[in-house]
Unconditional design. Structure first.
Length: 515
């Protein structure tokens, strides 16, 4: 009697992700992606067990007894547009890997959804089109996206199902990978027939207002999370907030629903969730939470002087971690308060400090070089408290298990202010950013951060208050100040700003006519 055998499914695993700030002059080139790249067996070893999407892919595939076929995986977080060369090189590597890995039973990819290049406004759609052309119409492709994805309708047509992070801070990246892999395995085993529907919502938000603990976004996310439990046949639902700083025709919110064998049900529930989101648009804007530079720092000092817990000052508009608007004011302001600024991106100052060594005193031009909006460099005399190469394994909720390479780095003291300067730009979102430099969070009066929402997972429970300060850098909360070229007409809140501008112009005209 022949023994029954169970098929081992071969599933390709890869990722190519960047959250592009289209307005930044610096491109994110091959070298930046290469620094984060993991390939082949190294992908499985380095990312298995981590809090990444790849970690979730690998965990679920192992649990299901499937074979993970590693391609290349590189996640560059947020920076300027990807260079066309970087897109071509890594996109081609994914395609070559897929071709070499055939025969395959399925594909799992992580794409951010907000990548742009100088020549492309929808590079992820272009990549998926090439993947689909290579593998044919029947091979299942499941894609995990960031909550801040600007999804194109073409993307939904090219993959069998797509899944987004539910939360910002993105504490569920690994779980999102598992959701995608779980759906793929159910499809391969004939247990589910995923049908996808996506609806675009003509609105976007500044990133700081996409913290999913803020109502009413929290209610919308809760509704999406409850759909699979409440509505028979719904497998998964995702709300994508879009990324307002990647200038594309597809910018803004999307809703995606996956249903079992019922595309009409998926479309119905996606439309309902999209309408709920649209009706909440005014309440999703929290302009009352944002202060100007001077008012914000006055408020932070007022709170700090009355508390034994640190105040977080959030300079959210800084997209490359080198803005000096707040730092200059904190250095020049009243003394007597302990202030710490982690992860200021300044390779030149870091190199100078490493060359001089701990104990040296240096005259530096600190930060402010990324663009004309970054505030300009600050001329300081700084004491080097520590300097050297900084590489470590992340321990925070979003970076657990990941190798963090800051490159040459240093801890500087400028009066009452300490600053860690780094060579490889990344954002401080957890206590690693302080503890790796021997800085005690509890000893600070003010902590200057540049995150948008991710810092909240760790610092919101620890800080006495969060003071959000808007500055002129490229991540401003006032989206009407950004030079959009591709964003569609009528997009909220740009349409609201345009209406206000027209109203003010009409009022001025009427006043002149009345004189």
């Amino acid at each position: 009697m022949l023994q029954e055998t169970t098929k081992t499914f071969r599933v390709a695993v890869g990722g190519f992700a960047l959250e592009s700030v289209s307005f930044l002059p610096q491109e994110t080139g091959v070298e930046a992606f290469e620094r984060e790249a993991r390939r082949g067996a190294d992908l499985i070893e380095a990312l298995g067990g981590t809090a990444t999407v790849a970690g979730g892919f690998l965990a679920l595939l192992a649990e299901a007894g499937a074979e993970a076929v590693p391609l290349v995986y590189s996640d560059c977080s947020a920076a300027g547009p990807a260079s066309d060369a970087a897109f071509e090189e890594f996109g081609d590597e994914i395609l070559r890997g897929l071709s070499a890995a055939e025969p395959l039973d399925g594909v799992l990819l992580f794409l951010h959804g907000a990548m742009t290049t100088p020549a492309r406004t929808d590079p992820e759609g272009d990549l998926l089109q090439s993947v689909r052309a290579l593998l044919g119409p029947s091979l299942p492709i499941m894609v995990a996206f960031d909550l801040h994805a600007n999804l194109s309708p073409r993307t939904a047509e090219l993959c069998d199902a797509l899944f987004g992070f539910h939360f910002s801070p993105h504490i569920d990246m690994a779980e999102t990978g598992k959701r995608a892999a779980r759906c793929l395995m159910a499809r391969l085993k004939g247990e589910e027939d995923p049908q996808l529907a996506m609806v675009k919502v003509p609105m976007m938000l500044p990133s700081i207002f996409t913290a999913t603990a803020l109502a009413p976004l929290s209610d919308i996310v809760a509704e999406s999370l409850s759909l699979p439990q409440r509505v028979p046949g719904v497998i998964d639902a995702s709300v994508f907030c879009g990324f307002a700083y990647a200038d594309t025709p597809d910018i803004g919110f999307s809703v995606a629903v996956v249903a079992d064998g019922d595309q009409a049900l998926a479309a119905q529930e996606a439309a309902r969730l999209a309408e709920l989101t649209w009706q909440s648009r005014d309440a999703l804007l929290h302009d009352e939470l944002v202060l100007g530079l001077e008012d914000g720092l006055v408020e932070a000092r007022r709170i700090a002087v009355r508390s034994d817990r640190p105040v977080v000052v959030l300079e959210h508009a800084d997209r490359l971690n080198d803005s000096t608007w707040c730092l200059r004011s904190l250095i020049d302001g009243p003394s007597g308060m302990a202030v710490h600024c982690p992860y200021l991106w300044d390779p030149d100052s870091a190199a100078a400090a490493v060359a001089a060594g701990a104990g040296a005193r240096l005259n530096l031009a600190l930060g402010g070089r990324s663009s004309e909006r970054a505030g300009g460099s600050i001329a300081v005399e700084a004491e080097v408290l520590w300097a050297g190469q900084k590489v470590f394994t992340g321990s925070g909720p979003m970076r657990r298990g990941r190798r963090i390479n800051l490159g040459p780095a240093a801890l500087l003291r400028i009066g009452d202010v300490t600053v860690s300067v780094i060579s490889n730009s990344t954002t401080a979102i957890d206590l690693d950013a302080l503890e790796q430099f021997g800085v005690d969070f509890t000893a600070q009066d003010i902590l200057l951060l540049r995150s948008k929402t991710h810092f909240r997972a760790v610092f919101e429970p620890l800080a006495v208050a969060i003071v959000i300060v808007d500055t002129p850098d490229w991540g401003t909360a006032d989206l009407a100040r950004l030079p959009y070229r591709h964003a569609p007409a009528g997009l909220f809140p740009l349409d609201r700003a345009a209406q206000k501008s027209r109203s003010r112009a009409e009022t001025r005209t009427q006043e002149k006519q009345a004189q």
